[in-house]
Design a protein around this ligand. Structure first.
Ligand code: UD1
Length: 313
């Protein structure tokens, strides 16, 4: 798998090890951390390298049947600040991976696509047939990857599935960057006694999806005979505003007193997001194993004993 030292990647790696699979990870550690793999334990064949490095990519794909492609620079605001880096890490890398996978006889590639592809489509929930409406360089880059997957299936017969993740959260999501996912940022702020920041009025909504659900969807995508060459939403199927999210987290962390610092909305931000997950249920036997509140509690519990809770971490 690519990006296995990242947040989502490390959970897929853990689920694969648990299923008895042999796992090889290629990761350049640009946004991922070796500690994520140390934390899951088990024996992983780790290659530190970039997908732009032909030799590293060739070694990574040797005798591989199945690829989970999680490597990316996963952030809307970071893509606004540095669109080239996002393009290289998402579009170029996906293209090189697909090309090498086809040449080396890989059977299937499962691609981490993004709900950002829908943009501000006014109808909720968002269904796979809707016309994409990317609003940021990140959304475009992830969408291009989907199109490449589809075309590699149609033209070359390489099996691909593109799973459109909706705002994934959980243990091992790095809270330390200004580009980190909102849940990790809120939890870190609340537990460190700091003030959570909300960009905009906080009434924007997201379909927050616990990472274990996403890992399971990936493993099921490895086995399914349906959805090949297609895009499939992977989400909880509910919608929560940031103001509601913060209220839940204040209760779970015992920080009822905390007030948000409201700032200007972010460029490229989507207003509302919620998935129709019927296709995932049908093609991937998808179920929500862990709901929002249970997932938030698990993330808080993990955070408290993580390296991020240590002073100077
Ligand atoms: C987008 C994608 C998601 C993808 C993610 C990164 C959509 C709907 N979702 O997430 O599928 O996984 O990129 O790959 O496009 N915010 C705050 N305070 C903070 C941080 C964020 O208010 O400290 C706000 C943001 O402005 C945004 C919301 O919280 O409105 C969620 O932001 P974030 O967690 O960064 O994810 P998206 O950009 O929604």
């Amino acid at each position: 798998m690519t990006g296995g030292a990242g947040f989502v990647g490390s959970h897929i790696a853990a689920a694969l090890l648990e299923s008895g699979a042999r796992v090889r990870v290629i990761d350049d550690l640009s946004t991922g951390h070796r500690e994520n793999l140390d934390e899951i334990g088990g024996s992983i064949d780790f290659i530190e390298g970039s997908l732009a490095d032909e030799g590293a990519l060739r070694r990574a794909l040797e005798d591989v049947e199945l690829v989970f492609h999680e490597a990316a620079i996963p952030s809307v605001p970071r893509s606004v600040a540095d669109p080239r880096a996002t393009h290289v890490a998402c579009v170029d890398a996906t293209f090189e991976l697909l090309l090498a996978a086809k040449e080396r006889g890989v059977r299937r590639v499962i691609y981490a696509a993004s709900s950002s592809a829908y943009g501000d489509q006014p109808v909720l929930p968002k269904v796979e047939e809707m016309r994409p409406d990317p609003l940021s360089p990140y959304a475009v880059a992830k969408l291009v990857g989907e199109y490449y997957c589809r075309v590699f299936t149609r033209v070359y017969g390489l099996e691909t599935l593109a799973l459109r993740y909706f705002n994934v959260f959980g243990p091992r999501q790095d809270p330390t960057s200004q580009y980190s996912g909102v849940i990790s940022r809120f939890i870190a702020a609340l537990l460190m006694g700091e003030t959570p920041v909300i960009f905009g009025d906080g009434e924007q909504s997201r379909d927050f999806t616990y990472v274990a659900n996403v890992a399971r969807a990936n493993l099921n995508a490895a086995e399914t005979t349906q959805g090949i060459g297609q895009v499939i939403n992977v989400a909880n199927g509910e919608r929560t505003t940031l103001n509601e999210l913060l209220e839940i987290l204040k209760r779970l962390t015992g920080r009822a007193d905390a007030q948000a610092d409201y700032r200007e909305p972010r460029a490229g931000d989507v207003r509302d997001s919620q998935a129709d997950n019927r296709l995932a249920k049908e093609a991937l036997n998808y179920q929500t194993l862990v709901g929002l509140e249970e997932g938030l509690q698990r993330t808080i519990d993990w955070w408290k004993q993580s390296r991020y809770a240590q002073p100077n971490a």
